[in-house]
Design a protein around this ligand. Structure first.
Ligand code: SF4
Ligand code: SF4
Length: 391
């Protein structure tokens, strides 16, 4: 199978992947449940793991709060390319008589007891972990953040996986972990998900990875979805213009309950066509905005330590985000204010942007929460009320 294994990786690289590797399913046997390829394909024998590096300049502009959308556009195009590479691999394997599955890039989670749908989930363990596959296929190792860190591109990669029943030759593991323990990932998480000092271990492919002790996954969900964007320091945020009225709870049951209540009132979750129903279909919708406001723990983690230091500085000096009348996220000005919404969140706006009611233009293609919040702001201004500062 040596020739086929080389051919398969070459197909991924020709399709636009920057990295490609192969692991046997046996090698993943000691990993947590998300490393079990048989969940998606009983009888699976091998996994092809592949990665595309994100655009560094666009990421830097994102971290500096100079430009929100370019990084969103890059991530959407990258995910589309990953799906396409996976499709080509599946076709190639099937044409030789093997079975193969192109694993969804995101938003597919193992069922959780008692959770009727995504809004009631609290663990968010993927059906199959691209990160674990990446470690086992030799693409990289888990960094302190828990993200896959590659020697070539740091953690600034998006990952894809194809599971197959073909027995392929596995690649050597990445012996040297590229994570140097700089802890920049911990300092740029607005919601304190990543502990800077306390650790836990994860076993994958015979390797014991030491990563940070994390807050419950609902903590990241709240920060990464953008329900709370402000850092605990209070002088910088991710790209979310939303704020919670109180600090995040410290215990899991309360964090989980808060996350569920926010998800239940999020208009995105009421949209029948949301990205959680069919991620692939949504990603290929030309109208859909790839709405990303965080991922700072990964984006900060470029290959070189000097870059990571610069990125941390950029984030900490980037200021905070506000919602603009056209649904764009912009940098908050000195006179920005917070306005209460009916979604359990406050929204930061620059009041001067909203003086003219006709500039508040809810439109298609924007994030549903932003759209509905803009509708409320429009109603508020139509009633000829001045925005009242909350604090
Ligand atoms: S930011 Fe530093 S500590 Fe965190 S994963 Fe990257 S290299 Fe490791
Ligand atoms: S994605 Fe954002 S909120 Fe989640 S752990 Fe990373 S930095 Fe923190």
């Amino acid at each position: 199978m040596k020739v086929l294994s080389l051919q398969i990786k070459e197909i991924a690289l020709q399709g636009g992947a920057h990295l490609a590797g192969i692991t046997s399913v046996e090698r993943l046997a000691d990993s947590p449940p998300s490393g079990n390829a048989e969940t998606l394909m009983p009888g699976a024998r091998s996994v092809i793991s592949f990665a595309i590096a994100l655009d560094k300049n666009r990421t830097t502009s994102f971290l500096e709060k100079r430009d929100w959308k370019s990084h969103c556009i890059d991530r959407k195009a990258t995910v589309q390319r990953l799906y396409s590479i996976g499709d080509i691999l599946v076709q190639s394997l099937e044409s030789l008589g093997y079975r193969a599955v192109n694993v969804n890039i995101n938003n597919n989670y193992l069922p959780e007891k008692g959770a009727a749908d995504i809004t009631e989930m609290t663990e968010f363990h993927p059906e199959f972990s691209h990160r674990y596959a990446g470690v086992a296929a030799g693409l990289g190792r888990l960094g302190w953040s828990g993200n896959l860190m590659t020697p070539e591109y740091g953690a600034l990669v998006e990952l894809g996986s194809v599971i197959t029943d073909a027995v392929l030759d596995e690649d050597p593991l990445c012996e040297q972990n590229p994570c140097d323990g700089c802890k920049m990932c911990a300092t740029v998480c607005p919601v304190g998900m990543i502990h800077p000092g306390e650790s836990q271990t994860v076993r994958i492919a015979g390797i014991t990875e030491t990563i940070s002790r994390k807050q419950p996954n609902t903590c990241c969900w709240i920060g990464c979805t953008g329900y709370e964007g402000l850092s605990t320091r209070g002088d910088w945020s991710n790209w979310s213009p939303y704020r919670l009225a109180a600090p995040l709870p410290e215990n899991k049951p309360e964090l989980d309950a808060l996350c569920i209540s926010l998800q239940k009132s999020d208009p995105q979750m009421q949209d029948g066509d949301n990205a959680f129903e069919d991620y692939r279909k949504t990603v290929f919708d030309p109208e859909w905005l790839y709405y990303t406001v965080c991922g700072f723990c990964r984006s900060v983690c470029m290959k070189d330590r000097t870059e990571r230091l610069e990125n941390r500085k950029s984030i900490h000096h980037s200021g905070t985000a506000a919602l603009a009348p056209d649904g764009h996220h912009v940098k908050a000005g000195k006179n920005s204010i917070k306005v209460s919404t009916s979604f359990g969140l406050e929204v930061v706006i620059n009041p001067s942007d909203f003086t003219d009611i006709n500039r508040i233009l809810p439109s298609r293609g924007k994030n549903p929460l932003d759209r509905e919040v803009l509708r409320e702001l429009r109603e508020y201004r139509s009633a000829d009320k001045e925005f009242q500062e909350l604090t």
